[in-house]
Design a protein around this ligand. Sequence first.
Ligand SMILES: [Fe+2]
Length: 325
Amino acid sequence: MRPVDEEPPLPRRGRGLDPDGRPPYSLPSRSYYDPAAHRREMSAIFEHAWLYAGARCPPRAGRLRVEVGGREVTLEYGENGALRGRDRERDAAVAVEAFCGLLFVNLDAGAAPLHEAVEEAEAEIRAAAPRLDALHLAHRRHYELRANWKNVVDNYSECYHCPVAHRGFIDGHSQVATYSITIHPGYHHHSSAAKRRGDAGAAAGPSPKALGGWYLWPSTALEVYPTGIVSVLAVVPRAPEHSTLIIEWHCARERPTPAELAVIEFLHDTVRSEDFAIVESVQRGLRSRSFERGPLMVDAERSSMSEHAVQDFQARVLHACERVR
Ligand SMILES: [Fe+2]
């Protein structure tokens, strides 16, 4: 067995990848717990990607400290009125951009602008949440998960586990057969039809319109609920087998209404809690000596049972790490 601190093998483009450069198999299980693989991903991905920094801008004549991917960054306005940021640990400038009224930071000041990769996503989100700019951060939770950050994103990137793992939500609110994920250069768009009142099993709760989710590489997702509220999910890698998941709820008022709070608590008590149990169980399983990697199930229709978004995410991880070999 390889010593734990030695880097696990990484498939290279043209070796073990399909003609589009995508992996037919999942990432090596070791990359989900190996300290060297974790360090490689932190430097190859998290030091060069756009990461969620929060919804609040600094005061005009002051500074705001925010945590970005586990690092402390100071945001302030420059003399030209533009928002700028500084990584306190490295005392280096960082890139700052607003997306859908939310702040994103890239620790690489020379990174390609965020809006180039997600312009279409912003239009889709604004169409689904027309009052986006008037929303307030009304509720925030964070969860410490005994899981690698990729495991959390893998779980978010497919819904074939939904009929089994989220039976209560599926029975009452969502038509899983309509669950669709489309792949775009900088993001994945998730959508599914909600059950109409009168459908067998439809329950009161998140009401009968399409549910929309936008996963932004590498570690953020925005969800728009039919009630008009927006949820932001951000995964912060802490260690190879420890991630923090921040979940924010942006509502019309500074506090959620009782009805909004009921939706929030329903989702946390069902879908989120069920997913946390899955990712922690998967994390334990990844350490099994009998498992190295498995085939990714991708169908031509990109159906609700397909793992094409998992494949795309894992390909991005591979290619990002490949660039810094
Ligand atoms: Fe789930």
